[in-house]
Design a protein around this ligand. Structure first.
Ligand code: ATP
Ligand code: MG
Length: 728
C-alpha cells in the first residue's frame, strides 16, 4: 500500500474520529442541558415544600395557643360557676348515675354540720342514713327506716316531685331534684322557712278573721232572736187589742203598731237570713210544691199594691210546663217575692209580668223565671251593683221607696245555693227584667195539667182589653183544648156573640161595658151562655148583684188549674156556689162534738218569758180548753206527768233545761207508747232549723211571733176522741 493511500486512510480515520467526537460532545451538551433543567425544577419544588412546611408549623403554633386560651377560659368559667353556686344561700349538689355525690355547695353541706363523711363519692342512701342517725332532720313520729325508704323511692322515681323536709332547727327545706341525661341528678335544697312562716301567719290571720265573722253572724242571729221575742209581745198584743172595742182612732193606732212591727220583723228576718248565709248555716229543705200555685199566691198578696198603683200584674206560666217540683218552696217564694215586690215597688205605670218557662227532661226541670216591669229601670253603671248587700241604686232616688237593700243580695245567694244563676237587664226609664234559672227535680206526680174540658165546651169568646193579658189567656184557653176568638171590648164582644159561643171569659173592668154588665145584657136577651169573669178584686165582684148571672168569678191572674176547675163546674152544673179562687171548704171533721159531758182539751205551754205567756193565754182565751203553763223545761216535764196534756207548745230556748232537752225527757217517759204532739215555738231562727228541732223529737214548728190561727189549728188537731170541741 502506498504511502499516499496510507495517509489518506489515516486522514479519513482521523476525520471519522473527529466527527464522532463532535457528535458525542453534542450529546453530552444535550444531556447537560436536561440535567440543568431537572436540577432547577427540583430546587423549585424544594423551595415550595419548605414554604408549606413553614405554614403548617405556624398553624400548629396558633392552634396550640388557642387551646391553651380555651382551657384557661374553661377553668375561669368553672371557677366562677362554682363560686356562684357556693355563694347562693340554697343548697346545691349533683350526683352521678350511681347516685354518688359529685359535688355539693357549702349551704348543702352545712346542714350536716361539718360531718366529714359527707365527701364527694358518698352515696345518696348513706346521706339519708346520716340525716336520720345524726338527727339532722325532724321526721316526727315516723320510724327512720320508713322515712329513708320513702325518700329513696322518691329519689329513684323518673321525675321526683318536690318534697318539703323539716330540719331539727325548725327550718323548712324544699327538695327539688332534676334527673338529667346519662342519669346525673341535680339536687336543689331551697330554704322556704320564711314562706312557710308567712303562710302560717296568713292562715292564723284568716282563722281569726273567720272567727270574727262567725262571731258577728252569731251576734246578729242572737240579736235578732232577742228582738223577735219582745216583738212577739208587740204583734200579739196589737192583734188582741184589735179585737177589743176600739174607736176609729184607736183602731188606726193599733193597726199602725201592728204593721210597723210586721215591717220590723221583715227587716230582722232579712238580716238574719243574710247572716245565716254568711255563716254558711242556711240549708235548703227539699219538699214537693206547686210552683204555679206559689207564684199565684204571692202575686195575690202583691196584687193590692199593684192595683193601688194601677199596674197590671200578670203571670205567664208556660202551658206545657209541669207545676209540681221538688225544691225549697219557702226560699223560692222568698226570691220571687223580692223580685216581684221590687218590680211593683219601682214601677209607676204599665205592667209587671212574671214569665215561667222551662225544659222538663229526665226527671228534672230546668226553670227559667223572669220578672219584667215597665218601671224606672236601673242606670247601666249600677246594674252590677244592685246584687250587693245594702246596695240601692242611689240614696236620693230610693229614699222614697222602702227597703234595706238586702233583698237582691239574699236572692242571689239563695239562687246560688240552689245551683242557679240570677241576672238583670235594664234600661233606665224604660224598665227592668230580672231573671233566674234553677234546675229542680220533678215531683212524682208532676205531669202537666190534663187539659180535658167538658164535652159541651168547644168554643170560647175571650174579652180582654189588655194585649198582654189577652195573649196569655188565649194561650191558656187554647192549651185547655178550646177554640178561642178574642175581642178587646165589651161592645165588640156583644157583636161577636151573635155568632154564638159555648163560653164567655171576660175581664171585669172595661171602659165601655164591663164584664158584669155584659152578662146582664146576655141574660136579658135570654142568652144563657156561661160567663166567667176574671177580676183582680174578687171581693167587689162577689158582692156585685150581677154575680148571680156568672158561672164563676176568678182571681186575676188566673192559674190554669183554677180555670180548668171552673170549666168543669160549668159542665156538671152542680148546685152550690160556683168555683172561685177564695174560700175552699175545709176538709170535713171526723170528730163528733160531745159538748157538756166530755172533758176539755188539755194544753200545756212551756214559755219562760212572761209577756209571751200572757200573749199565749190571750190568743187562746176564747177557746174551750184547759191550759197550764210551765216556766222552764223541767216544769214542763213534771207537768207532762201530772197534767197529762193532749198537746204541748214548747219554747226552745229556756233557762236550765231547754225545749229540746225537755222533749227528749218526755219522749223517754212515753217510752214509745203514747205520743203527745209537741209543737216548738221558737224565735231562735239560727239553730231553729226545723230539721234540727224535729230531730229532737218535736212534731211541729212555729216561729214567733205566733199566729192565733196556727195555735187554734194545732189545738183542734190534738183533740182526742171524746173531748169537747175547743173552737170558740
Ligand atoms: P229590700 O229588698 O231589702 O226590702 P230593696 O228592695 O231596696 O230593699 P233590693 O231588693 O236588694 O233592695 O234591691 C236593691 C236595689 O236595686 C233597689 O233599692 C233598687 O235601687 C234597685 N232595683 C231592684 N229592683 C228594681 C227594679 N225592678 N227596677 C228598678 N230598680 C230596681
Ligand atoms: Mg227588694
Amino acid at each position: 500500500m502506498s504511502l499516499a493511500n496510507k495517509l489518506s486512510q489515516e486522514r479519513r480515520a482521523r476525520l471519522a474520529a473527529e466527527r464522532l467526537l463532535e457528535q458525542k460532545q453534542a450529546e453530552l451538551q444535550a444531556a447537560n442541558r436536561k440535567l440543568g433543567h431537572h436540577a432547577r425544577k427540583l430546587s423549585d419544588e424544594i423551595v415550595e415544600t419548605r414554604a408549606e412546611v413553614e405554614n403548617v408549623r405556624d398553624e400548629n403554633r396558633r392552634v396550640k395557643s388557642d387551646l391553651t386560651e380555651a382551657n384557661q377560659k374553661i377553668e375561669v368559667a368553672e371557677r366562677r360557676l362554682w363560686h356562684s353556686i357556693e355563694a347562693i344561700q340554697d343548697g346545691f349538689a349533683f350526683f352521678d348515675a350511681d347516685s354518688r355525690m359529685i359535688a355539693a355547695n357549702h349551704a348543702w353541706l352545712s346542714v350536716f354540720d361539718g360531718l366529714e363523711a359527707l365527701q364527694p363519692g358518698i352515696s345518696y342512701i348513706e346521706i339519708l342514713q346520716f340525716a336520720t342517725e345524726e338527727g339532722v332532720i325532724d321526721i316526727g313520729e315516723m320510724p327512720p327506716a320508713a322515712w329513708r325508704e320513702e325518700m329513696l323511692d322518691r329519689w329513684q322515681s323518673p321525675n321526683p316531685e318536690p318534697h318539703v323536709i323539716r330540719l331539727w332547727s325548725g327550718e323548712y327545706i324544699k327538695l327539688i331534684d332534676q334527673r338529667g341525661h346519662g342519669g346525673d341528678v341535680v339536687n336543689l335544697a331551697l330554704n322556704i322557712t320564711d314562706t312557710i312562716r308567712y303562710e302560717q301567719r296568713l292562715k292564723d290571720a284568716r282563722r281569726t278573721a273567720e272567727a270574727a265573722s262567725r262571731a258577728k253572724s252569731t251576734f246578729l242571729a242572737n240579736m235578732s232572736h232577742e228582738i223577735r221575742t219582745p216583738m212577739n209581745g208587740v204583734v200579739g198584743m196589737a192583734d188582741l187589742l184589735k179585737e177589743t172595742d176600739l174607736n176609729k182612732e184607736q183602731l188606726l193606732y193599733t193597726n199602725t203598731i201592728r204593721n210597723s212591727a210586721e215591717a220590723l220583723l221583715v227587716i230582722i228576718n232579712d238580716v238574719l237570713d243574710y247572716s245565716k248565709i254568711e255563716a254558711e248555716k242556711l240549708t235548703l229543705h227539699a219538699d214537693t210544691f206547686d210552683l204555679e200555685r206559689s207564684i199565684h199566691e204571692l202575686v195575690l198578696l202583691l196584687q193590692a199594691n199593684a192595683r193601688d198603683k194601677g199596674l197590671d200584674l200578670l203571670v205567664d206560666y208556660d202551658m206545657f210546663l209541669p207545676t209540681k217540683l221538688i225544691g225549697d218552696p219557702g226560699r223560692i217564694r222568698q226570691v220571687l217575692t223580692n223580685l216581684v215586690g221590687n218590680a211593683v215597688k219601682f214601677t209607676e205605670t204599665g205592667h209587671v209580668i212574671v214569665r215561667v218557662t222551662g225544659i222538663a227532661e229526665n226527671g228534672t226541670c230546668r226553670l227559667h223565671i223572669s220578672v219584667e216591669d215597665t218601671g224606672i229601670g236601673i242606670p247601666a253603671n249600677k246594674v252590677d251593683h244592685v246584687f250587693g248587700e245594702f246596695n240601692q241604686v242611689d240614696g236620693e232616688r230610693d229614699r222614697k221607696f222602702e227597703g234595706t237593700g238586702l233583698g237582691l243580695a239574699i236572692s242571689k245567694k239563695l239562687i246560688g245555693l240552689m245551683g242557679g244563676d240570677i241576672w238583670v237587664e235594664s234600661d233606665e226609664g224604660t224598665g227592668s227584667c230580672f231573671g233566674f234559672t234553677v234546675t229542680l227535680p220533678l215531683a212524682e206526680d208532676a205531669d202537666a195539667i190534663d187539659p180535658i174540658v167538658p164535652e159541651g165546651l168547644r168554643h170560647a169568646l175571650l174579652v180582654e182589653p189588655h194585649d198582654l193579658s189577652r195573649g196569655i189567656l188565649e194561650k191558656q184557653l187554647s192549651a185547655l183544648g178550646l177554640t178561642v176568638r178574642s175581642c178587646a171590648s165589651g161592645k165588640d164582644a156583644l157583636t161577636a156573640l151573635e155568632d154564638g159561643t159555648d163560653l164567655v171569659v171576660t175581664d171585669h173592668h172595661m171602659a165601655d161595658l164591663d164584664g158584669m154588665e155584659m152578662a146582664e145584657v146576655l141574660r136579658a136577651k135570654g142568652d144563657d151562655t156561661p160567663v166567667i169573669v176574671l177580676t183582680p178584686n174578687t171581693g167587689s165582684a162577689m158582692n156585685d148583684p150581677m154575680r148571680r148571672h156568672l158561672a164563676a168569678v176568678l182571681q186575676k191572674p188566673v192559674a190554669r188549674r183554677e180555670l180548668l176547675d171552673a170549666l168543669r163546674t160549668i159542665e156538671t152544673n152542680a148546685p152550690g156556689p160556683p168555683a172561685h179562687a177564695e174560700g175552699k171548704a175545709p176538709p170535713p171533721q171526723d170528730k163528733t162534738p160531745l159538748q157538756g159531758t166530755a172533758r176539755a182539751v188539755r194544753v200545756l205551754a212551756a214559755e219562760d218569758n212572761k209577756t209571751n205567756r200572757l200573749v199565749f193565754s190571750k190568743m187562746v182565751q176564747a177557746l174551750d180548753i184547759e191550759l197550764q203553763f210551765a216556766e222552764n223545761g223541767k216544769e214542763a216535764v213534771n207537768l207532762f206527768q201530772s197534767f197529762a196534756p193532749d198537746v204541748i207548745f214548747m219554747d226552745i230556748s229556756m233557762p236550765g233545761m231547754d225545749g229540746k232537752q225537755a222533749t227528749g225527757a218526755i219522749r223517754a217517759l212515753e217510752g214509745g207508747n203514747d205520743h203527745v204532739p209537741i209543737v216548738a215555738m221558737t224565735a231562735h231562727a239560727m239553730d231553729g232549723d226545723d230539721a234540727d228541732i224535729l230531730a229532737a223529737g218535736l212534731d211541729h214548728y212555729l216561729t214567733k211571733p205566733l199566729r192565733k190561727a196556727q195555735l187554734i189549728d194545732h189545738i183542734s188537731r190534738a183533740r182526742p176522741e171524746g173531748a169537747r170541741d175547743p173552737a170558740p
